[in-house]
Design a binder for this molecule. Structure first.
Ligand code: ZN
Length: 230
């Protein structure tokens, strides 16, 4: 699948890759690629053409659409709770564990990790502190589909994560999700949290559908939909 590059400013790029998004943030010392694509296996080459700084990789989580080019890196930042998911198909590479409160300093550009378990056990968001942008991964999406079916999803954790994320909203202005609209507004966070709570309470209206040959329940709230186990 092809890709396209959108340069946001002199040190920030968004790479679109067939429905999933990668981000490249550069500081004065190094650059960080956030996620590595779906069918894409050359994200490192793409990043190294955009910046002259050494490129490191961070994965918001280990779902397949976020790790396509991980094979180009010997090490990558990831939450330790994602390791079993990442290594399930015999994938190689060494995880540099990051979690809540950890900071990655790119040189005059500090990124802070926020844990958002629920979509996967070790989903994380990255706060670009000075630029006041939250790179949210999959848990926060505008007009996107939030996958909550399958063995490693947990809706209770998801609700707790979004509740906690609401306490960070004075530190960012916009949200850059991996899928759906970009930017997303931070007002979306309580909306998603309430929607997830209504699903947990059995108060949401869903319909069954077929995804990749498996039955799922779709809860469409307009501003986003949740795909859950039937
Ligand atoms: Zn995804």
């Amino acid at each position: 699948m092809g890709h396209s590059v959108h340069q946001v400013n002199e040190s920030t790029w968004i790479i679109e890759n067939g429905g999933v998004r990668l981000f490249l943030l550069a500081g004065t010392e190094k650059a960080l690629l956030i996620d590595s694509g779906m069918e894409l296996h050359t994200a490192r080459d793409i990043a190294e053409e955009l910046t002259d700084k050494p490129v490191e990789l961070l994965n918001t989580h280990a779902d397949r659409d976020h790790i396509g080019s991980n094979g180009q890196f010997d090490t990558f930042y990831m939450h330790p709770r994602e390791e079993p998911l990442y290594h399930r198909d015999g994938r190689t590479g060494t995880v540099l564990p990051v979690q809540e409160g950890d900071r990655i300093d790119l040189g005059q550009r500090v990124l802070e990790i926020i844990d958002l378990p629920g979509h996967t056990p070790g989903s994380i968001a990255v706060l670009d502190v000075k630029n006041r942008v939250l790179i949210s991964g999959d848990p926060v999406q505008a007009h996107g589909r939030i996958f909550m079916f399958g063995s490693h999803r947990n809706m209770d954790d998801y609700v707790r994560s979004l509740t906690r994320l609401e306490s960070f909203t004075d530190r960012f202005d916009g949200i850059w999700p991996s899928h759906g609209d970009i930017p997303a507004e931070k007002e979306l966070i309580p909306k998603l949290r309430r929607a997830a709570e209504s699903i947990l309470k059995g108060e949401a209206n869903g319909h069954t559908a077929d995804l990749f040959g498996s039955p799922i329940m779709v809860y469409d709230f307009g501003f986003a939909s949740f795909l859950c186990d039937p």
